[in-house]
Ligand binder design. Structure first.
Ligand code: GDP
Ligand code: MG
Length: 162
C-alpha cells in the first residue's frame, strides 16, 4: 500500500496544476473556471525513486453556499485518510477567510501538514509569502506550480514527512 499525499485548499489556488507538476504530465483537470475537479481523484506518482499516491481535491462551486464547509470537510477527510497533507494557498492573494478555515482544521492534524505558497512565479515575489506564517501551519514553501519553481524542494519535504 502506497502512502497518500492529499492536496487541499480553496478553489483556484493551483491544486490541480501542482498535481500535474508532481505527476509530470497533464492529467488533473486545470481550469481558469474554479471548481472543475471532481470531488477527489487519486493518481500514482513517483519522486526520487519513491512511489506514492497524490489526491487532488476540489469540485466546489466557488460561490455556492457552504463551499467553505465543503473544503473544511475535505480537510477533515484528508486528516483521517492521508499520510501527509499539502495545503495550497495563493501567495499573490494572501490568506483568505477560507484559507484560515482550512488552516484551523489542519492545525489539529496528526498527519504532517505542509503549506505551499503557490503562484510565486519569480524571485521578486518571494516576500509576498511571508504573511502566510499567520496561518499557523509553519513555514510557507514558495512554489510556482505552473512553472515548476520550488516544486522539487517541496516534493523533497513531502517525502521527508512521509
Ligand atoms: P485549483 O482549483 O486549486 O485546482 O486550481 P487550478 O490548478 O485549476 O488553477 C487555477 C488557475 O491558477 C489556473 O488558471 C492556473 O493556470 C493558475 N495557476 C496555477 N498555478 C499557478 C502558478 O504557479 N502561477 C500562476 N501565475 N498561475 C497559476
Ligand atoms: Mg482543481
Amino acid at each position: 500500500v502506497l502512502p497518500v499525499v492529499a492536496i487541499v485548499g480553496r478553489p483556484n489556488v493551483g491544486k490541480s496544476t501542482l498535481v500535474n507538476r508532481i505527476l509530470g504530465r497533464r492529467e488533473a483537470v486545470v481550469e481558469d473556471v474554479p471548481g472543475v475537479t471532481r470531488d477527489r481523484v487519486s493518481y500514482k506518482a513517483e519522486w526520487t525513486g519513491r512511489q506514492f499516491m497524490v489526491t487532488d481535491t476540489g469540485g466546489w462551486e466557488p460561490d455556492a453556499k457552504g463551499m467553505g464547509m465543503a473544503i473544511a470537510t475535505q480537510a477533515e477527510l484528508a486528516m483521517r485518510t492521508a499520510d501527509a497533507i499539502v495545503v495550497v494557498v495563493d501567495a499573490t492573494v494572501g490568506a483568505t477567510a477560507t484559507d484560515e478555515a482550512v488552516a484551523r482544521v489542519l492545525r489539529r492534524s496528526k498527519a504532517p501538514v505542509l503549506l505551499a505558497a503557490n503562484k510565486v512565479d519569480s524571485e521578486r515575489m518571494e516576500a509576498e509569502a511571508a504573511s502566510l506564517w499567520s496561518l499557523g501551519l509553519g513555514e510557507p514553501y514558495t512554489i510556482s506550480a505552473a512553472h515548476g519553481r520550488g516544486t522539487g524542494d517541496l516534493l523533497d519535504r513531502i517525502l521527508e514527512a512521509l
